[in-house]
Design a binder for this molecule. Sequence first.
Ligand SMILES: Nc1nc2c(ncn2[C@@H]2O[C@H](COP(=O)(O)OP(=O)(O)O)[C@@H](O)[C@H]2O)c(=O)[nH]1
Ligand SMILES: [Mg+2]
Length: 371
Amino acid sequence: MKEKTELIIIGGFLGAGKTTTLEVLAQLFQSKGKTVGLITNDQARNLVDTQVLTAKSVEVREISGSCFCCDFDGLMEAALYLRETKTCEIVIAEPVGSCTDLSATLLQPVKAYYHRYFKLAPLSVLIDPLRLMEMFKQQDNRPEGSAYIYLKQLEEADHLVVNKVDTLSRNQEAELKSLLDTEFPDYPVHWISAIDGKGISSWLEQLSSDTGAGVRIAEVDYDKYARGEAMMGWLNASCIITHTEGLSLMWQELNLNFVWLLQQVFQRENIVIGHIKTFLKSGPSHLSCNLTHTEGRPRISGSPFSSRSSRFVLNIRAETSPETLKEIVNDLIYVYEERKLKFEIIELKNLSPGRPTPTHRFKDVINNGSY
Ligand SMILES: Nc1nc2c(ncn2[C@@H]2O[C@H](COP(=O)(O)OP(=O)(O)O)[C@@H](O)[C@H]2O)c(=O)[nH]1
Ligand SMILES: [Mg+2]
C-alpha cells in the first residue's frame, strides 16, 4: 500500500481564521513540492470559504448539508478521494466553526477505522484573541450558548493556536499568555498570524514532532451543545447582481457598503454576529469581505474590479432566528433595488443547526499507536 496521507484537522470558532490558515498552509506545503487537498464544511451549500479556496487553485472538496461529525462517512469519502484520485499527500479539513466534540467524533474514529490510510495530526484549535479575552472577562463558570461550545473546543484541543497576534499589543499578549497558563496549563500553545505568517513554521514543526492526536476527549453535554447551536441563525445565499441600466459597478465599494449596512442593522437590533462573509466574482476577478465581530471592521481581500454584473455569495452566522436573518437580507436587497440594482437570487437557505447526532462518538481515547 502507498504511504499514509497526512490528515490535519483545524478547528476553532467562527471567524478564528481557519480558512485563511488553510490557504497559508496549502501554499506552504505546495512550495515544498507536496500535493495538498482541502475539505470545507457547512450546514448548507454556497459556502464562501469554498469559493475563496477554490480561487487559489488548490483542490477543494466541500461537505455541505451536515457537519463532519454527523457525516463522518462523507468526510472520509472526500479525504479518500483526495488521497486516491488526486494523489494528495496532505489533506487539511476545516470543520464548521460552531462544532465541538471533534476528538470523540472525528479523531478517534479516524484512528480506529482509517489508520491504514491516514496519519492523523494533533487537533489544532485556532483562537481569535478578542473572543478569548471576552470569554475570560465574563468569568462564567457554567457558560451557556455559544460560550459553552467555545469552551469545549478549547478543552478538547491537542494544541491551542492563538491566531491574529498581529492585532495584539505586547501587554495584551502577556495578559493572554498568563490567562492561558492558568486555565490550560498542560496544553501546547502557539502564537501565530495567518496574515503575516508569523509563528506558522514553528507550530507546524511541533505538530509534526508530536505523535499524540486526539489525546483528550472533553465532557460534552449534548443538550447544552444543541441549545448553543440552536441560538445561531444561518443564511447562505447565492445571486447575480446587475445594474438595471447596464452601468459598470465598482464591486469593492458595493461589497463593503453591503456588509457595513448589514452591520448597522445587527448593531441596532443587538444581534451578536458570529461572522458575515461575502464573495463576489466576475470572470477571473474576485473579492471577499469578512466581518467577525458585531463591533469589528469589515475586512476586504482580493483585487478591486468593475463590471456590469457579478456573482454574489453571502454567508451570515448570527445569534438570531433564521427568519430574522432572511427579513434583514430582503430589506437590504430592497434598499439596493431602489438604487437600480437587480438581485437575481439563485439559491437562498436560512436555517438553525439541528441537534448534533454524530455518526460515531467514542467515550475513550484510542491508543493504537498507528497514527
Ligand atoms: N489581523 C488578522 N486577521 C486575520 C488573521 N487570520 C485571519 N484573519 C481575518 O479573520 C477573518 C476571518 O477569517 P477566516 O479565515 O475566514 O476565519 P474562519 O471563519 O475561522 O474560517 C478574515 O477577515 C481574515 O482576513 C490574522 O492572522 N490576522
Ligand atoms: Mg472558514
